[in-house]
Write a protein that binds this ligand. Structure first.
Ligand code: ATP
Length: 236
């Protein structure tokens, strides 16, 4: 893994409304960084800006030294960036196995190589429902499937948008265990989250976003320990 993600002075707009203001952020190769902040702080927009999904943006976004500005989303994905959006985009009429096949892409140098059977080892609950239709799965199962399908693209960096949202505590726990195994494979992760307790299981470092800017950066440990900070910028 040799690719770093660098955002420097990123501005973004939806129509006339500016949503990101000079946002800067860095994810080192193999690092898990949490992007924390309340609803509407700009977390989703940051991930979308990286993927080239925000209509208007300015500033520098680089991955492995390649400038992503102006590249279409599919080219950005081909550089090894996998994006799991908040709404998961499961193909409800296809089976679990077919959903995974849809995500399949060639191996990439420096990134872990995934197959359906390797993913079934990582997500045993998906293996047991391989031939069932994805539409009937629970929220937690759909989240696992969305992550697994993105992994079929063999990314070296994973962008996760609030994966723990709406999931029962036991499922959140299972997800945290699985994602920490993934991080152990050397995958870099940028994790947008409101759930600090979930984020601290995975991330070493965090950036707190508020009003479209990174207001605070630090180790996850220091942020969790600072009650004033959590009260000011986070939900807890
Ligand atoms: P959430 O947890 O709700 O996803 P977030 O931190 O990810 O919060 P964003 O979704 O990035 O926040 O939203 C940042 C701001 O941009 C908010 O004020 C939101 O209302 C606005 N916004 C988001 N999407 C759009 C859109 N498609 N058109 C106009 N404004 C938008």
């Amino acid at each position: 893994m040799t690719k770093a993600l660098v955002l420097e002075g990123v501005d973004a707009w939806y129509g006339a409304a500016q949503v990101l203001f000079g946002l800067s952020l860095r994810v080192a190769p193999g690092e898990v960084v949490a992007l924390l902040g309340r609803n509407g702080a700009g977390k989703t927009t940051t991930l979308r800006a990286i993927m080239g999904l925000v209509p208007r943006r300015r500033g520098r976004i680089e991955y492995g030294g390649v400038d992503l500005t102006g590249l279409p989303t599919h080219r950005i994905a081909r550089l090894g960036i996998g994006y799991v959006p908040e709404d998961r985009r499961i193909l409800a009429t296809l089976t679990v196995r077919e959903n995974l096949e849809v995500g399949r892409q060639p191996p990439r140098p420096g990134a872990p190589v995934w197959s359906v059977s390797r993913l079934f080892d990582l997500f045993p609950s998906l293996a047991s429902m391989a031939d069932r239709s994805a539409g009937g799965m629970s929220g937690g199962e759909q989240q696992m499937l969305a992550i697994a399908r993105t992994l079929m693209g063999n990314p070296s960096l994973l962008l996760l948008d609030e994966p723990s949202e709406g999931l029962a505590p036991l499922v959140v726990e299972e997800l945290a265990r699985t994602l920490s195994k993934l991080a152990g494979e050397g995958l870099s992760v940028l994790l947008a989250e409101q759930n600090v307790h979930f984020a601290r299981r995975l991330a070493g470092r965090a950036a707190i976003v508020e009003k479209g800017r990174v207001q605070v950066e630090g180790t996850m440990e220091a942020i969790v320990a600072d009650e004033g900070l959590r009260r000011r910028y986070l939900a807890v």
